[in-house]
Design a protein around this ligand. Structure first.
Ligand code: MTE
Ligand code: MO
Length: 436
């Protein structure tokens, strides 16, 4: 009997070679009995539907900024053909952005458990050896890198933005925009390659459930563990677990789109800077006057003048003069890119198109809006002529029967139907009408 260097070690410790845990590169390392093409296929189909909606509502959110108004709105000047579909964002229905962006953010948060479960379900493939088997395998892995990396990147930047209030100063917009295109390109390739398989698996699963036959009859399934551990819960239980997590996130997020007690259920929502208090101004505040560095001295009746510029020159109006112009009322919500929104508030002020007419523009015209704020990305904005022309687009002086509060933009703010909140500039100082 020959004795090799290791001979006897196993038996001496009462273990055989088979007890040494396999490395993650071996299929045997992955032992969850839940993994399998069918589990992955169901999650994949949910993500296919969900991520498609995220992509479409994301593109709409981009369009809603009117980024082709290069003056100030365009945060992606290198967008090139990626801006191919841009159109003038409509003003109807007035809750349009409230809906599209509410869906974008709430659905994105809700899908997090599904995304994580899907990644978990295919993780053995990440470690599989050899890393590259052929040219087509190399391309497939590269597309998966873009898919997984892009997906995680979009979800992480999105969540950081809605929860932590722009941790990447000024660049979130760009990162999330270009990231979306990379992610979605990889997602489209992946869908084209895997959709037929996923559909086949789900159909087979339904068939099998109907026949009450053995759940683990999967054959030719590279995701199934070759040496599965004892199940601790069923595949159905796992779906309930993932679905329950998604439901919990949904329930703690969706309230951000509503006022009153429902907003308080939105644990996962930005809570705004200021206390809205009571009365007409008692609704969500994004940036407070203090945060924006607005000094009460510059908003007082003595100091503040609205500077209007157009074809016929420049005029200055005090707040008293403004409030003697024809005032109009519009019921409009505020809908922020962060996904929160308010229900309709009753705004009262001067129509933007009337102000345009005062400086010589009777035809529809764009406007550049500047606020008293000296720093910050949202201190100015541009609006399209269709937005200026809408009779509900106001330079508001009052809200819900009260003077605007300092935090909601006193002495005057913009409010435009269906536009993202960021275009509703507060503490307005100058309006410059003309082609932008
Ligand atoms: N000057 C100025 N206007 C601004 C902002 C700002 O930071 N500065 N924030 C914008 C954003 S992002 C939103 S969502 C709305 C919020 O309005 P509210 O605080 O009155 O609810 O104001 C917009 N107007
Ligand atoms: Mo916003």
């Amino acid at each position: 009997m020959s004795r090799g260097p290791c001979a006897g070690v196993g038996p001496a410790y009462g273990r055989s070679m088979r007890d040494i845990p396999p490395p993650p590169t071996s299929a045997a390392f992955w032992r969850s009995p839940l993994r399998g093409l069918r589990f992955t296929s169901v999650l994949g189909l949910v993500l296919l539907a969900g991520i498609t909606v995220l992509f479409v509502t994301g593109l709409l959110s981009y369009a809603a900024y009117n980024p082709d108004l290069a003056t100030v709105n365009d945060k992606t000047p290198d967008k090139g053909i990626l801006g191919f579909y841009l159109f003038s964002w409509p003003t109807d229905p007035r809750w349009l952005y409230r809906l599209t962006q509410g869906v974008h953010v709430t659905l994105g948060v809700t899908l997090i458990p599904v995304l994580l479960a899907k990644l978990w379900s295919v993780i053995p493939k990440l470690f599989a050896l050899p890393p590259v088997r052929s040219v087509s395998h190399a391309l497939e892995r590269l597309s998966l890198l873009l898919l997984v990396g892009g997906g995680l990147f979009e979800f992480v930047t999105g969540v950081l933005n809605v929860q932590l209030d722009y941790v990447f100063p000024g660049s979130f917009y760009r990162l999330h925009f270009y990231g979306a295109w990379v992610f979605f390109a990889a997602f489209a390739v992946h869908t084209a390659l895997k959709l037929p398989l996923a559909l086949r698996n789900v159909r087979a699963m339904r068939h099998q459930d109907a026949e009450q036959s053995d759940e683990r009859a999967d054959v030719h399934d590279e995701l199934v563990a070759p040496h599965p551990a004892e199940p601790t819960f069923s595949r159905r239980g796992a779906f309930w677990f993932v679905g329950g997590g998604a439901l919990l996130l949904f329930a703690t997020t969706v309230g951000r789109s509503f006022d009153g007690p429902l907003r308080r259920t939105a644990l996962l929502a930005p809570h705004g800077g200021g206390d809205p208090g009571s009365g007409g101004n008692a609704f969500q505040i994004n940036k407070t006057a203090a945060y924006a560095g607005i000094d009460a001295a510059e908003t007082g009746d003595e100091a503040w003048r609205l500077v209007l510029t157009g074809r016929t020159g420049t005029i200055r109006l005090s707040r008293a003069e403004l409030s003697r112009l024809p005032l109009h009322t519009a019921e409009l919500p505020i809908a922020c890119v962060e996904g929160w929104s308010t229900s309709d508030q009753e705004w009262r002020g001067v129509r933007l198109r009337d102000l345009a007419a005062l400086v010589g523009h009777d035809e529809p015209v764009d406007v550049f809006v500047a606020s008293l704020q000296r720093h910050g990305a949202f201190r100015h904005a541009a609006l399209r002529s269709n937005q200026v022309a809408d009779p509900r687009s106001l330079l508001a002086l009052y809200v819900n029967g009260a003077e605007l509060s300092p935090d909601h933009g006193y002495p005057a703010r913009i409010i435009v139907p269906a536009a993202p909140g960021v275009l509703n500039t507060k503490w307005v100082a100058r309006l410059t009408f003309g082609k932008l």
